[in-house]
Design a protein around this ligand. Structure first.
Ligand code: FMN
Length: 329
C-alpha cells in the first residue's frame, strides 16, 4: 500500500491516474482503472455532445462504484466546443472530480469549485502550476517533455520539471509523462510527486477501446518512434511516428501554414483510424515511453504489477542500500 496526499484527497487506493485521452478515455478504460484502485478520467470532448457525455458518465457508473473523473481539455480551436455546456453536464451528472488541461481554466475552476467538484489541473510548466494553485485548484498534474499529447514549448523533462515544481507547489501533485512501471512510480515519489499520471501505457491494455493494431504497434515501437509535430505553429504535439506525422513534418519543414496540414490532422481521421485499425490513417498521441511497453495486460494486471514493483523497490532494493532491509529482515 502506498498512501500519498493524492490517494487521500481523491479517495482512491493507488497513486495512479489515467489522464484524459481523446477517443480512448471512455467508460471501458475509465471504469477498469477505477476498479483497479486508480483514478481514471472520461475525456469530455470525445463525446459529440454534452448529452452524450452525460450518458457516458452514466455508462461508467454501471461499470464501477469507485471514484472516477472527467477531463475537460481547453485548446485553441477554429470552432470551440460549447465548454460551458460540457461543464454543466459534468456538474449535473454529479461527477466530483475534474481534470482540466490547456488554457486558462479559471472560469471552469470557479464554477466547478462552487459546485463542490475537486479539480486537478494538468499543465507543462512550473509557472502554470503556480497559477493553477492560485486559481484554487485542489491538485496539479505536471507533464514533462516526455509526455504524449501537448508537452508545451519549454522542453523541460520530468527529471527536472517535477522536483522544480515540488519545490514551489504546496498542493498535491502528480508527475506525468514517461511513466509505465513501478520504477517510474518510485522515481516520481522520490522527486516529490504524490503519484503518477499515465496515458500511453494505458492505451496498451486489454480494456483500452481502440483497435488491437494500435496496441500491438505500441508494443513493437522503441522509444525512438514518436514525432514532435506542430512545433512551427507553437502548439507542439507528441504523436506516434507514422506516414501522416512524417508528412506533417515535411510540410512544416517547407514553412507551410497550418491550413496546409489541417486536412491531415483533423480529429475525425484519428478516430476513424482507432476504429478501423489503420495506424497510418491519422495522427494519434503516443510518447517515447513506448520503449518501456512490452505487453498488453488488463488494467488490473498492469496496476497490480506497478504497485508490486514499486513496493519491492522501496521495501527491498532501496532499503538494502540504506542497510534497513537487512536489519528489518
Ligand atoms: C492517445 C492519447 C490522447 C490524449 N488526449 C488528451 C486529451 O484529450 N486531453 C489531455 O488533457 N491530455 C491528453 N493526453 C495526454 C495524457 O492525458 C497524459 O497527460 C500523457 O499521455 C502522459 O504522458 P505518457 O503518455 O508518457 O504517459 C493524451 C494522451 C494520449 C496517449
Amino acid at each position: 500500500m502506498l498512501h500519498t496526499r493524492f490517494t487521500e484527497l481523491f479517495g482512491v487506493e493507488r497513486p495512479i491516474a489515467q489522464g484524459g485521452m481523446m477517443w480512448v478515455g471512455r467508460a471501458e478504460l475509465v471504469s477498469a482503472v477505477a476498479n483497479a484502485g486508480g483514478l481514471g478520467f472520461i475525456t469530455a470532448l470525445t463525446q459529440p455532445t454534452p448529452e452524450a457525455l452525460a450518458r457516458e458518465i452514466a455508462r461508467t457508473r454501471e461499470m464501477t462504484d469507485k471514484p472516477f473523473g472527467v477531463n475537460l481539455t481547453i485548446l485553441p480551436s477554429i470552432t470551440p466546443p460549447p465548454y460551458a455546456e460540457y461543464r454543466r453536464a459534468i456538474i449535473e451528472s454529479k461527477v466530483t472530480i475534474v481534470e482540466t488541461a490547456g488554457f486558462k481554466p479559471q472560469e471552469h475552476v470557479d464554477d466547478l469549485k462552487r459546485h463542490g467538484v475537486k479539480v486537478i489541473h494538468k499543465c507543462t510548466a512550473v509557472r502554470h502550476a503556480l497559477s493553477a494553485e492560485r486559481m484554487g485548484v485542489d491538485a496539479v498534474s505536471i507533464d514533462g517533455f516526455e509526455c504524449a499529447g501537448h508537452p508545451g514549448e519549454d522542453d523541460i523533462p520530468g527529471l527536472i520539471l517535477i522536483p522544480a515544481a515540488a519545490d514551489k507547489i504546496k498542493i498535491p501533485m502528480l508527475a506525468s509523462g514517461g511513466f509505465a512501471d513501478g520504477r517510474g512510480l518510485v522515481a516520481a515519489l522520490a522527486l516529490g510527486a504524490d503519484g503518477i499520471n499515465m496515458g500511453t501505457r494505458f492505451c496498451a491494455t486489454k480494456e483500452a477501446p481502440i483497435h488491437d493494431n494500435f496496441k500491438n504497434s505500441l508494443v513493437e515501437a522503441s522509444e525512438l518512434q514518436t514525432d514532435l509535430i506542430f512545433r512551427s505553429y507553437r502548439n507542439s504535439a507528441r504523436v506516434a511516428r507514422n506516414a501522416i506525422s512524417q508528412e506533417v513534418l515535411r510540410l512544416e519543414g517547407e514553412g507551410r501554414p497550418f491550413s496546409d496540414v489541417a486536412h491531415l490532422v483533423k480529429g475525425a481521421r484519428g478516430r476513424e483510424g482507432y476504429l478501423s485499425g489503420d495506424t497510418d490513417h491519422g495522427i494519434w498521441s503516443a510518447g517515447p515511453v513506448t520503449g518501456l511497453i512490452r505487453d498488453i495486460p488488463s488494467v488490473a494486471e498492469l496496476m497490480d504489477r506497478i504497485m508490486r514493483e514499486a513496493e519491492e523497490i522501496i521495501g527491498r532494493r532501496l532499503a538494502r542500500l540504506t542497510g534497513q532491509y537487512a536489519s528489518a529482515a
